[in-house]
Design a binder for this molecule. Structure first.
Ligand code: ZN
Length: 293
């Protein structure tokens, strides 16, 4: 499942093909993905020019310029579990942020095709259909049901040790669960919560409130940022690696310190601990009981 860094990698991969370009044609092969597509979806996008691609948590926000009676709109895209974009352009074919193993017959799941005025074709495929797209007026984006309840963007200016501390201090839940709650901080999933807690040296079993102090909240906020930035940097390398369209690249898994490393030696210098797996709220947590306290 793509997390924030993978979505950011996809956004960066799509941006050059979309920003400043006009959509000539949209092919919609189904009425729905996870949710029904908006009414007249293809028609409303046809002929529109894209100004910019932003990201909020795990949502890609495609900003659509006004045209005629239509004001500025935002195409909200979520990749779900298995959504991916393939760009067929003058420089060949590439799939930014590819994180899946090969999916034979994936072309049967090419659900939405954007043909740009310059001839570039962008194909959205989602064989499990947990992803979705929505089209809303730009003025209403803050009130969108998808985005309204999200906490601060971890790589944005509003996220700091102080804001994190404020959102943890009255919580008795384990810190792991509090960080998975998108109201605490937006866009973190199981993988990067495990990785950030390991970097911060904080046990996933600790209560959220016990992490709200100045020292631990500072360490955790810094770890969240650094783990995301490192993963984005690793993902960025795949953008140059167009040859690997076989789905075997899996760039990000090589960078994990604890996630999916049960029984392996902790890689923190001098620790000597062993990575352990426990289950919290039905999800696997990987951590080092020796250096995470
Ligand atoms: Zn350790």
């Amino acid at each position: 499942m793509p997390e924030l860094p993978e979505v950011e990698t996809v956004r960066r991969g799509l941006a050059p093909a979309l920003e400043g370009r006009r959509i000539a044609h949209v092919t919609q092969r189904r009425p729905d993905l996870r949710f029904p597509l908006p009414p007249r979806f293809a028609e409303r996008l046809t002929g529109r020019r894209i100004s910019r691609l932003d990201r909020r948590a795990k949502y890609i926000l495609v900003r659509i310029e006004p045209l005629g009676a239509a004001g500025e709109e935002v195409l909200i895209m979520h990749l779900g579990m298995s959504g991916r974009f393939t760009i067929h352009g003058p420089e060949g074919t590439r799939t930014p942020g590819l994180f899946h193993h090969g999916m034979p017959g994936a072309e049967r799941h090419d659900h939405i095709v954007f043909d740009m005025e310059d001839g570039t074709r962008i194909v959205y495929a989602d064989h499990r259909r947990f992803g979705f797209m929505d089209l809303v007026a730009a003025a209403d984006i803050g009130a969108s049901a998808h985005l309204a309840a999200l906490g601060p963007e971890p790589l944005g200016n509003e996220f700091s040790a102080a804001t994190l501390s404020g959102r943890l201090k009255s919580r008795r839940a384990p810190i792991k669960a509090a960080l998975l709650d998108q109201r605490t901080v937006a866009g973190l999933g199981n993988i990067y919560v495990c990785e950030a807690l390991w970097r911060a040296g904080i046990s996933p079993n600790r209560s959220a409130a016990s992490v709200a102090g100045a020292v631990r909240s500072e360490r955790l906020a810094a770890a969240i940022r650094s783990v995301l930035l490192d993963a984005i940097a690793a993902g960025g390398s795949t953008l140059r690696d167009y040859a690997h369209t076989d789905g075997e690249l899996g760039y990000f898994q090589h960078a994990f310190a604890v996630y999916d490393r049960e029984g392996e030696a902790c890689s923190k210098p001098g620790c000597g601990g062993t990575v352990k797996r426990i289950v919290q709220s039905g999800r696997s947590t990987f951590y080092c009981p020796r250096c995470q306290r």
